[in-house]
Design a protein around this ligand. Structure first.
Ligand SMILES: *Cc1c(COP(=O)(O)O)cnc(C)c1O
Length: 452
């Protein structure tokens, strides 16, 4: 047996915390390897902090999600939500798996085109599409999901100018029993806005109404909300068929499925209580199948799920800078990961595991980042084994949104590596350098010199 590490003896104040469903046990085991690659080696080779993405996990989770839907419904298509993680390598894995692209800005649209996605397989969402963006999308026969009437009028004008029949859908918002309602995007179902937009599209005869879209929220903890939404979109599609004898080709249910993360304030871990792909699939597909579509003429079902597909594949590796005691004696650990690269720590109690063996002693700890700001807290309160200066740790389920919403603040953003199925490590985003940051800056002539 390996010799146990020495740890100083401590006197511990007894604290009776809330038990989890296993009682007071701490379910910690060190995470020494990711997909067969040693964590300490990754940090040695690529620095700390370091984002690590597991290609295998992306593919496994994607296939799990695909299967949940495809076993229940005949026509299913996923479209990768670029804003959730638009690193090219990540997008390529999803495209290799058969995902189309779902984009919400001109920048993301161009990224999808550069990744080689056929224009007709790009879904263009979002309230801010410029005339130039729209023109490009029309020429490429992309699927334009309209958010407001101003956009609808622009697309009609462009259709005339370009002599093309753009493929359009409308985004619909509706009451799904979840409040506050996301009613700022698209056209409302209950108050008739959605029908108004549909009538304008059909009567213009300039546009091809191809689909109906909704995206009812994010990190949804209720599958039944999707059932309500699917029934309402089906109702609109059937209404268009009846009124105009026009077939809606697809129903796009958006994204928003909860990942396995644990929301702050949640009593039980998200991996145990959040709905699964099967739960979401069952709610959506049974609503569509139970609607009055002709059984052999069901619309294609599109899903734009983002965070639930990528969260689990992302890890963030870091290093302990120091341990301190707060004024009240609570253990605090300062690490080299700040909220600037881990935005989601504002919403989640991210799981953190040491990367080296430890003894059984744990203590309620606050984890602070290195930013000189009071809000820089990675975990308010976490029962952690002791870690010392220089020890490494792994933060779990960070694949969604962190690598797109991160900011450059007082330090440089770290590298991102991907581990492939054969445990090969690939750098998929280089670490930033000071030159890269200052290359965008300029010093006006009169500010050039100074004497101190
Ligand atoms: C952000 C977004 C998604 C993805 O949402 P997740 O919560 O990451 O699943 C899908 N569709 C639209 C329109 C979005 O804005």
């Amino acid at each position: 047996m390996e010799k146990q590490r020495y740890e100083r003896p401590v006197i511990k104040k007894l604290e009776t915390n809330m038990p989890n469903k296993y009682g007071l046990r701490t379910e910690y085991r060190p995470m020494t390897h990711i997909d067969g690659v040693e964590v300490t080696q990754l940090i040695q080779d690529h620095g700390s902090p370091l984002f690590v993405i597991s290609e295998q996990t992306i593919r496994r989770v994607y296939r799990e999600a695909k299967k949940a839907f495809a076993t229940r419904y005949p026509k299913v298509q996923f479209a990768w939500s670029y804003k959730t993680n638009y690193l090219d390598a990540v997008c390529h894995v999803f495209h290799q798996e058969g995902s189309w692209a779902e984009v919400v800005s001109g920048f993301e649209y161009d990224k999808a085109i550069r990744n080689g996605v056929d224009g007709s397989k790009i879904i263009f969402n979002g309230p801010d599409k410029t005339e130039m963006d729209l023109e490009k999308a029309i020429k490429n026969e992309s699927l334009i999901h309209m958010d407001h009437l101003d956009e609808l009028y622009s697309v009609i004008e462009l259709a005339t100018k370009l002599n093309k029949k753009p493929k359009v859908a409308i985004r619909v918002n509706m009451d799904t029993g979840i409040y506050p309602m996301w009613d700022r995007f698209g056209f409302n179902y209950e108050n008739g806005q959605a029908w108004d937009a549909l009538n304008k599209i059909m009567r213009s005869e300039k546009l091809e109404l191809i689909g109906l879209h909704c995206h009812i929220g994010t990190f949804m903890l209720s599958a039944s909300a999707y059932s309500a939404a699917a029934y309402k979109l089906a109702d609109l599609a059937l209404g268009v068929k009846k009124k105009y004898n026009h077939d809606i080709k697809y129903i796009d249910m958006g994204g928003g499925f909860a990942s396995k993360n644990t929301l702050k304030g949640s009593y039980l871990p998200g991996s145990d209580v959040n709905p699964t792909f099967d739960d979401f699939a069952e709610a959506i597909t049974s609503a569509l199948i139970n609607s009055n579509f002709e059984p052999d003429n069901l619309p294609l079902l599109i899903l734009e799920t983002g965070r639930a597909l990528i969260d689990e594949a992302g890890y963030l590796l870091g290093t302990v800078i120091s341990n301190k005691r707060s004024s009240l004696g609570k253990r605090t650990t300062i690490v080299d990961i700040g909220v600037n690269i881990l935005f989601t720590s504002f919403w989640y109690d991210h799981k953190v595991t040491p990367a080296q063996p430890f003894t059984q002693y744990t203590e309620d700890t606050t984890i602070y980042g290195p930013l000189c700001m009071n809000i820089d807290v990675i975990r308010d309160s976490i029962s952690l084994p002791l870690m010392n200066k220089g020890d490494h740790f792994v933060i779990h389920h960070v694949g969604a949104y962190n690598m797109t919403q991160w900011m450059q603040f007082i330090t440089l953003r770290p590298k991102v590596v991907m581990i492939d199925a054969n445990s090969n490590v690939h750098v998929i985003r280089k670490g930033e350098t000071i030159d890269r940051i200052t290359e965008f800056e300029a010093i006006p002539k009169h500010l050039e010199g100074f004497e101190l």
